[in-house]
Design a protein around this ligand. Structure first.
Ligand SMILES: [Fe+2]
Length: 192
């Protein structure tokens, strides 16, 4: 089996397990914790995500590769690659999200959000190989990536990024939350 075939098989297994954890009820932090464990197993398979297919050129900031997505946009799995240093302002996701590290070093800062006001820092968590984090739709985090290696991690979202119209980022200069348009330019890496 080629690396590509192997990856498609492992991604399909991962999504099937996540789907089973989700079941028919609402998402919960407990379920997200279980999803993190499943995602970490896939992230540990560095051999499935070689730089030749999932790298990032030095003159680009970020690349998103799509690994899976349901026809309705559900269970959208991406590999996120970024050059360092990098920073992402505090934001929500408007869907549940789980992140697992493959390589590189990023720190996640977690916030509480009071209506209309500045996000209040409540904690921080490193994400490196073997580490993960998950967020409910209204949870707010920011990211700072450092070290010397480009960042590479898996992002699993409850809904595809192109369909997320209610994401808000904190604009610290203007001290306002700003709604951002859905992400585009995602590179296809699903099975043909
Ligand atoms: Fe995020």
């Amino acid at each position: 089996m080629s690396v590509e075939q192997n990856r498609h098989a492992e991604v399909a297994k991962t999504i099937a397990r996540v789907r089973a954890i989700c079941g028919s009820g609402d998402m919960s932090r407990d379920k997200l914790g279980q999803i993190e464990e499943v995602l970490l197993e896939l992230a540990a398979r560095q051999d499935l995500f070689p730089d030749s297919e999932f790298g990032i050129p030095t003159d680009e900031k970020i690349r998103l590769y799509r690994l899976a997505e349901d026809p309705d946009g559900g269970f959208a799995l991406y590999l996120h690659a970024a050059n360092v240093p990098a920073e992402v302002a505090p934001h929500n996701h408007a869907t549940w999200a789980a992140i697992a590290g493959i390589g590189g070093e990023e720190t996640n800062f977690l916030y509480e959000r009071t209506n209309g006001d500045a996000p209040v820092l409540t904690g921080q968590r490193p994400i490196r190989k073997g580490e993960s984090i998950s967020l409910m739709p209204d949870d707010v985090h920011s990211i700072r990536a450092g070290g010397t290696e480009p960042l590479k991690n898996l992002h699993l979202y409850g809904l595809a990024m192109e369909k997320l119209h209610d994401r808000e980022f904190w604009d610290a200069k203007r001290a306002v939350w700003t709604r951002v348009p859905p992400t585009s330019g995602i590179i296809e890496r699903r099975s043909a």
